[in-house]
Design a protein around this ligand. Sequence first.
Ligand SMILES: [Zn+2]
Length: 128
Amino acid sequence: MTKCSNENSDRQDLCRDNYFARQARIIPAIKRKEAKKQATVAARSVLKLAAATAGEDLPLAKRQAALARRLMLKYNVRFGWELKRFYCHGCKQLIVPGVNARVRVSAGKVLTTCANCGRVNRKSLPQA
Ligand SMILES: [Zn+2]
């Protein structure tokens, strides 16, 4: 079932047309596996873009990161540490070192302090 927003009637019409076209098998529905592949690519690129944008426009970057996170949650996409570290574990918002986060190394751990909520996100370094 297609989700339609009520605010925009043009968009709603388009959405409804797509729904009936799909029912009539004019437009095939995307398979879940394919959708996940596309979501992975999109979420990764949007999060990388957000990290790059954060220096200039932090509110925009936060919206981009929230979008990437929604995609990630909807399609069970997993990020590696390289991308996961851009989210605060406490407030789930974008944190970028040097913009709204402080990074310190102490006792074999990377400590990233979030400037939004003050949470310290810890990551153990591999033992040498
Ligand atoms: Zn936080």
